[in-house]
Each structure stands twice: as structure tokens, then as C-alpha cells.
Design a protein around this ligand. Structure first.
Ligand code: HEM
Length: 474
């Protein structure tokens, strides 16, 4: 039936791709933990633009930056939609910006982010980021073995401060505990697999309890409860702070003040709550994972670490901490940042963009309602552009005389494309820089040692989902 429908819908052919089974399409042929590996394999067989079907959806896998830009940036009105929005809504995450279809509601979210997170405003958050970096240093000095917890708290504290105006001073902070737990539940359960399952069998959610559902109903109610807590708890705090006139500056307070005595219309208030929750979910794990990967890279490459420390010493001098004023004089720190996000891109397959209307690209039909998946991993591990791509080598971003190369595009590839590009990218990039520069100025990273002084070699294991996180404790 599908073949017939396909033929009837157009005389143009779809891009080449693997043969799929009826109904299931290619879903079973994709490595569920590391889909990018399957997509890269397909590139070798079918080229840079591959057609497949996942959970009944037309899906285009893009393995080249040029095609990604041609489609998502040159024709943004056709490639900024979301296809599985209904299933995301059933799961309870449909109001997160990344899942909202191309609509006025989504545009309102983007306007709210733009007011607080655009490049020229982000510089005003540098003092907060440096203050959090100092706290990170103190926490690491006290309990270095808990480094992951400290990096996570650093990432979360920055968002809670800048978006919500909330100062997290301890890892036992009650609001941090709520949003942290909520984030965990949402991130672990909002995988493409669960969304696909809800999409294929939405009736499962309404089925009587005795029908086995593989735990879907339980998952959905846990995600919904977490979303509710994450959305409301920070606003209870802010409302109180506004009433007590103790609220400091933040994205939320700025927007409240903009509306002044008129008060926020309900529609803006709802969008603000959702956008703030979205910023926390989208911004915390991604920043944390990037920093975790940085620590791992430093443990593996003491030579790089030493060179960066020498550069820091020569620019800042011993006993001082770097600030953003020193950034231009510290190209190796930026090269390490770029290489960290290239080496292990935190979101290896971007977020899927939906196709609004049938389109034609290089003679191929791109069907309406298709998902476009960009294989960021493959683009950043392309041997022609990054020789020996699995090696961590920051020098690929430096000229022979030690200045940064013009290849800052990696930033953009890692943060997505077109109208859907990550609105938190300037903030994220500065948060990661502040942490990397301050950590290298203060610590040596090396493998843990046992009682006899022998290195405890631990192969890391990553948790692969929408984003890549360290899974030692998962
Ligand atoms: C290293 C850190 C980060 C990385 C690697 C990252 C990466 C990404 C990527 C790849 C996308 C999908 C873009 C697309 O669909 O083309 C995205 C979307 C998004 N990011 Fe980030 N991000 C990071 C940090 C942040 C931060 C700090 C915030 C907020 C404060 C944030 C907020 C968002 C939001 C709201 C979206 C959805 C945008 C939309 O669909 O319109 N991200 N991010």
C-alpha cells in the first residue's frame, strides 16, 4: 500500500535508502543506542541524503553540512516544523520549545528567549558565570571525587540564576532538588523510542490497567508529574520574591517588569513558564555533558592540559583566575572548547525538524510530514575535514602560529540550524568557556589512583539518547 501511495503521490523519486519492512520500516535496523553509527554506515552505501522510514514516518537522514544548510537554513519556513508534536503532548513534554510545531506559540517562546539570551545580552551574565565557576572550584577542592555532581550543579545553577533569578548555594537546595529530579525523569524517559511507541500505539494510554503496556502509562504519569513540578516550583519562588520585592534581575523578572502594572497576559505567562522549564531541560544536561567530556579529554591528554596551563600562566600569572577579558589571549582554551564539542557532540543527531510541504532537492522528493535528522556526529567526524577524527586534537583549530582558525562553524553545527537553532548557544558557550578556563587554571586532571598509587583506569560509558551523558551511575 505504501509503495502504491508513494508512486501515486509523485513521479519524483525519494532519495536512496535501505529497504524497509512493511509498517516497521527501518526502525529495527537502526542502532537504538547509537543511531548515528547506523546513519554513518548508510552514508557509505547511499550518500549524503538517505531516505528511510522510522515508526511509519518518512525520515531523511542528512550526513552533510551543505545539505543541512541548504534545507534547514535556505528554506527555513518549510523545515522548521515538528512532526511528532502530538505524541510529545501525550507524553507531557509537548510544551517544551523543541517539541512545539512551527506556530505562533513557538514564535512567542523564541521572542522570550531572544530578550534574555541573545548575544549582546549574554555578556552581562559573565559575572554570574565567573562567580559560579569560583563555587565550582571550591566544591571540587572539597570533594574532587564528586566532580560530576559539581559540574552538574554548576550548569544548573547558571540557568536557575539567569532564567529564574534563583541563587543555588548548596547541593541540598530544595528547589534544585525538585528541578534536578524532574529533569532526570524527563531526560531518561523522553527518548525517541518512547515517543515512537506512543506515536504508534496512542490507545495504550487509554487502555484499561489489565492490558500489559510495558510500563508506558507509568512512564507517562511520571514524566507529567515531573513536568508539572519543574514548571510550577520555580514560579512559586519568583511570585513570592516579586511580592516581597526581593527579586533580582532574571529573564522572568525582566519580562514581568516589561508588562508593568498591566500584568502578564495569561498566554504570555503560560509561555514564560514553559520556556523557563524548557531552558532548564535543554540547557543543563547539555552544558554538564560537554564539561564531563572535557574532564575526560584532559585525563587522557595531560600534554594538552600542560600546554593550556602554561598559556594561562603566561597571560594571567600564577594565583589569578581568568576572566572573559583574557579570552582573546587564550586561543588554546577556545581550541580545547571547540575540540571537546567536535570530539563528542552532545546532541549527536540534532533534534528532528519537520517538513511543512512537499519539496524537491537535487531532483529528489522531500515529502511533507517527513522528519529531517541531521547526523551531526558524522559531519564532525568527517575524515576529509578532520583527519583522524576520533583523536582529541585541539590543534586542528589553531594556525601554525597558535591563533584560532576560522573554523568556528563547529559551534553552529553543534547548536543546530535555521530558525530552530539553539537559543541558548551564546550562554552555553560562555558557561563552558568559564568553567574550562577556571578549572585548568586551578586543577590537574588525572586518573584516580588506588591505595598503592596505581592508576584506576576506567573506560567511560556514555548514555546515548537525545543527548549524550556519562552513564557511570545510570
Ligand atoms: C552545550 C550546550 C548546548 C548544546 C550542545 C545545545 C544544542 C542544541 C541543539 C542541537 C538544538 C536543536 C537545534 C535544531 O533543532 O536545529 C537545541 C535546541 C534548543 N536549545 Fe540548546 N544546546 C545547549 C545549551 C542550551 C542552553 C543553555 C539553553 C537555554 C538556556 C538551550 C535551549 C534550547 C532550546 C529552548 C532549544 C529548542 C529550540 C527550538 O526548537 O526552537 N540550549 N540546542
Amino acid at each position: 500500500l505504501w509503495q502504491r501511495q508513494r508512486r501515486a503521490s509523485s513521479t519524483l523519486s525519494l532519495p536512496p535508502g535501505p529497504f524497509g519492512l512493511p509498517f516497521l520500516g527501518n526502525s529495527l535496523g537502526i542502532n537504538a543506542r547509537k543511531p548515528q553509527l547506523t546513519f554513518s554506515e548508510w552514508r557509505r552505501h547511499y550518500g549524503d541524503l538517505v531516505y528511510c522510514r522510522v515508526w511509519g514516518y518518512h525520515t531523511l537522514v542528512v550526513n552533510s553540512e551543505k545539505i543541512a544548510r541548504d534545507l534547514l537554513e535556505t528554506r527555513p519556513s518549510n523545515y522548521s516544523d515538528k512532526v511528532q508534536a502530538e505524541s510529545a503532548t501525550l507524553l507531557g513534554i509537548g510544551k517544551l520549545t523543541g517539541f512545539i510545531p512551527y506556530s505562533d506559540e513557538w514564535r512567542l517562546h523564541r521572542r522570550l528567549y531572544h530578550q534574555a539570551l541573545r548575544q549582546d545580552i549574554v555578556a552581562s551574565y559573565h559575572p554570574t558565570q565567573l562567580q559560579m565557576a569560583k563555587r565550582l572550584i571550591t566544591a571540587l577542592m572539597d570533594t574532587p571525587a564528586e566532580f560530576e555532581c559539581h559540574l552538574e550543579m554548576y550548569s544548573a545553577s547558571i540557568i536557575l540564576s539567569i532564567v529564574h533569578g534563583y541563587d543555588v548555594t548548596s547541593k541540598h537546595d530544595p528547589l534544585l532538588a525538585i528541578v534536578h529530579h524532574g529533569n532526570d525523569v524527563v531526560m531518561k524517559n523522553s527518548t525517541p523510542l518512547i515517543i515512537g511507541l506512543i506515536d504508534a500505539f496512542p490507545w495504550l494510554l487509554k487502555a484499561p490497567k489489565w492490558i500489559p503496556d510495558g510500563g508506558v502509562k507509568e512512564t507517562v504519569s511520571a514524566v507529567r508529574a515531573s513536568m508539572r513540578d519543574m514548571r510550577e516550583a520555580p514560579f512559586d519562588y519568583i511570585s513570592q520574591a516579586l511580592e516581597d520585592k526581593t527579586a533580582g534581575r532574571s529573564m522572568i523578572v525582566d519580562i514581568y517588569q516589561k508588562w508593568g502594572d498591566k500584568g502578564l497576559p495569561d498566554i504570555v505567562l503560560a509561555a514564560l513558564k514553559d520556556a523557563a522549564t524548557g531552558a532548564f531541560i535543554a540547557g543543563t544536561d547539555t552544558t554538564f555533558s560537554t564539561l564531563n567530556n572535557f574532564v575526560y579529554a584532559m585525563v587522557l591528554h595531560p600534554d594538552v592540559q600542560k600546554r593550556a596551563q602554561l598559556q594561562l600562566d603566561s597571560v594571567i600569572g600564577n594565583g589569578q583566575l581568568p576572566t572573559f577579558d583574557n579570552r582573546d589571549e587564550l586561543p588554546l582554551i577556545d581550541a580545547i572548547l571547540r575540540e571537546t564539542i567536535r570530539w563528542i557532540p552532545t546532541i549527536p543527531n540534532n533534534l528532528a525538524h519537520g517538513v511543512y510541504n512537499d519539496d524537491v532537492y537535487e531532483g529528489y522528493l522531500i515529502p511533507k510530514g517527513a522528519n529531517i535528522i541531521v547526523n551531526t556526529w558524522e559531519i564532525l567526524h568527517d575524515k576529509d575535514r578532520y583527519p583522524n577524527p576520533d583523536r582529541f586534537a585541539p590543534d586542528r583549530f589553531l594556525t601554525p602560529d597558535g591563533r584560532l582558525t576560522g573554523d568556528s562553524m563547529t559551534h553552529m553545527v553543534v547548536f543546530g540550524y535555521g530558525r530552530r537553532v539553539c537559543p541558548g548557544r551564546h550562554l552555553a558557550e560562555a558557561s563552558v568557556w568559564a568553567a574550562i578556563a577556571n578549572l585548568l587554571a586551578t586543577f590537574d586532571f588525572e586518573e584516580a589512583k588506588d591505595a598503592e598509587g596505581r592508576s584506576i583506569v576506567q573506560d567511560p560509558e556514555w548514555m546515548w539518547g537525545v543527548s549524550v551523558t556519562d552513564a557511570r551511575d545510570a
